[in-house]
Design a protein around this ligand. Structure first.
Ligand code: FAD
Length: 275
């Protein structure tokens, strides 16, 4: 079973130093198969993403840049593909992205399937392409059925595997995987795991991305108020138990949204005997 880790590009040099230490620690303890680095839609984090990708790649570890196409032209995407290819990057996460508020135009790409097609057209099989999956349904989906159909279309455009949005209800993941398989598509769909370290941040993120925090988890987190030790300890139990269920069912991997922190991931992976 593969473990992978997602970073976001830090905004400051302190943040960058911290990220390198986080990576060293994670590497020495759990040896992830790859690290991925997010990319702000419309190129809003481009310099930070490229710097982070380059640094991780230089250290000899596999790194998969995210590439969100919304707001970018074909020429811009072509240039990025060339940059990553020249560096020797072989893996990437292809996304539509969300337009930052105030940025009006979608540009030349409207959905991730168009980006996947474009990457294959431009670079053939050079990249292992990951796409995003939404077990609890993408917030803008016309219907759950349509969302699965579009996911399948994205894979058929040339994706090799997928990483899910995080979820706390494992049944949503199992159902999604079954529905995709029924449509004849059998790529690895790796659950995205969000460690719980803060109540307010988790609830804010979840509202924005359409991930459901179960009522009993939400109420417990809220009841701890500012007691971060209790939040972390409860969060660790919830996330460990979710991962146990997923591992028992034979998931192909776990992808941790680590938010550039090693400790929460290490606590959970230690409980799972993966350290
Ligand atoms: P799509 O697959 O294009 O789907 C978006 C919506 O359109 C869905 O509702 C779908 O049902 C519908 N749809 C899909 N295809 C079609 C079609 N052909 N015709 C009509 N409707 C269609 N965002 C970032 O900005 N940067 C990141 O680095 C980033 N990393 C992420 C990593 C993961 C693992 C995940 C799960 C999400 C990430 N996101 C990131 C968020 C993502 O960009 C948003 O969720 C975005 O709203 C959708 O991107 P997508 O690639 O899933 O889009």
């Amino acid at each position: 079973m593969e473990l992978s880790i997602e970073f976001f590009p830090p905004k400051t040099s302190d943040g960058f130093e911290k990220l390198l230490k986080t990576r060293e620690l994670l590497n020495s303890q759990i040896r992830p198969s790859f690290y991925s680095v997010t990319y702000g839609a419309g190129g809003s984090t481009q310099a930070g993403t490229l710097q982070t990708v380059k640094e991780i790649h230089k250290s000899g570890q596999v790194v998969a840049p995210h590439l969100s196409c919304v707001g970018n032209s074909r020429d811009q995407v072509r240039e990025l593909l060339r940059y990553f290819r020249d560096l020797g990057i072989r893996r990437m996460v292809a996304l539509r992205g969300d337009l930052p508020s105030g940025m009006g135009q979608y540009g030349e790409f409207h959905h991730a399937n168009e980006l996947v097609e474009f990457i294959r057209l431009e670079t053939a099989d050079w990249f292992h392409i990951e796409v995003a999956a939404y077990p609890e349904v993408h917030p803008q989906a016309k219907s759950p059925e349509k969302d699965v159909e579009f996911f399948v279309q994205k894979v058929q455009a040339g994706a090799n595997s997928a990483i899910t949005q995080y979820f706390f209800n494992s049944d949503s993941y199992f159902r999604f995987v079954d529905e995709v398989k029924k449509k004849g598509v059998d790529v690895p769909i790796v659950p995205g795991i969000m460690p719980i370290t803060s109540s307010a941040q988790l609830l804010r993120f979840s509202d924005a991305c359409g991930s459901e925090v179960p009522r009993w988890v939400r109420l417990r987190l809220q009841s701890y108020g500012d007691d971060t030790a209790s939040i972390k300890s409860f969060g660790e139990e919830v996330v460990t138990s979710l991962c146990e269920k997923l591992m028992t069912s034979g998931v192909p991997g776990l992808h941790f949204y680590c938010l550039n922190q090693a400790e929460p991931v290490l606590r959970v992976t230690k409980n799972l005997n993966l350290v």
